[in-house]
Design a protein around this ligand. Structure first.
Ligand SMILES: [Zn+2]
Ligand SMILES: [Zn+2]
Length: 291
């Protein structure tokens, strides 16, 4: 029985390519969850294009695609996801309620004639749009997914995936401790207050997948952009105390060498705080086996 997470895309903000990105890859976010009969895709960044090829010849095909939010890097692969064009596909698209326009309207706009040659009305698959609600779990066979808002412009969710044996927090876009540039030891209750709901929601997860998009120096110029400095991400992880931390949503400016340096810096920071939490920067196509 297949039980794993596969990271088809781990880049944030904008997909990249080139010799300086060969190790970590350049596809924007898309995660595949396989757990026995349960199969769920989270986010439709450019990573979902290659994932689509794995469904070739499967009919009928029922796919659940959940979106953490509808920023470009999480939906731009959708028009290149082959199952969309097959009459044998029933595609359920789950997304957070937006600020005014429905998810269907947003996808309609994504495929407007000015942006793409095939209109949403013309695709052959059956599309069904559903709204995700905070703390309203959805069960897919043996696994349950639940949602909590993150600190990110617009409405974005982090996802808690519960299997019979493990709990995984998947948080792609979250600016933890917005505007804070100090050390973990100096973080006050007042600073944590806006994030308390998220901390409580994801505390106790076995595995946390959370971004650490900026170096502390870069973050000085990027407050309010919706992403965490590695230093603030370390503080969050120190509070969540997972058994393992995986980092995704890598900044498009960060080459393989930059990401390896940031990973080493983060390991040293965790160790200086006496935290024995293994951390890894996750590359495209990485698989984490589940119990
Ligand atoms: Zn993003
Ligand atoms: Zn975003």
């Amino acid at each position: 029985m297949k039980k794993h997470l596969k990271f088809w895309g781990t880049r944030g903000s904008c997909s990249v390519s080139g010799p300086e990105y060969l190790h970590f890859g350049g596809n924007s976010c898309s995660l595949e969850i396989c757990y026995g009969d349960a199969h769920v895709i989270i986010d439709a960044g450019t990573g979902i294009r290659a994932l689509g090829d794995t469904f070739a010849g499967i009919t009928p095909l029922k796919i659940n695609l959940l979106l953490t939010h509808t920023h470009w890097d999480h939906i731009i692969g959708f028009p290149f996801f082959d199952p969309v064009y097959s009459a044998a596909t029933h595609l359920m698209i789950w997304a957070p309620g937006s600020t005014g326009r429905s998810c269907k309207q947003l996808f309609n706009d994504l495929l407007a004639i000015e942006f793409f040659p095939i209109h949403l009305e013309e695709v052959k698959s059956t599309l069904e749009f559903k709204t995700l609600q905070q703390k309203t779990p959805i069960t897919f066979g043996p696994i349950t997914l639940d949602f909590h808002t993150t600190n990110h412009p617009g409405l974005a969710y982090g996802v808690k995936i519960t299997t019979p044996h493990q709990t995984i927090g998947y948080i792609t876009d979250n600016e933890f401790l917005q505007g804070y540039h100090g050390e973990a030891a100096d973080v006050t209750e007042e600073l944590l207050e806006p994030h308390r709901g998220l901390i409580d929601f994801f505390q106790g997860c076995d595995l946390i997948i959370h971004e650490a998009q900026y170096t502390p120096e870069e973050y000085l110029q990027k407050v309010g952009w919706g992403h965490s400095s590695a230093l603030n991400a370390v503080t969050l992880v120190s509070l969540l105390k997972p058994k393992q931390w995986g980092v995704i949503h890598h900044d498009p400016k960060h080459t393989d060498e930059d990401l390896k340096r940031l990973c080493e810096w983060t390991k040293e920071k965790l160790s200086s705080l006496h935290l024995k939490i293994p951390v890894e920067w996750i590359p495209d196509n990485h698989v984490i086996e589940l119990k």
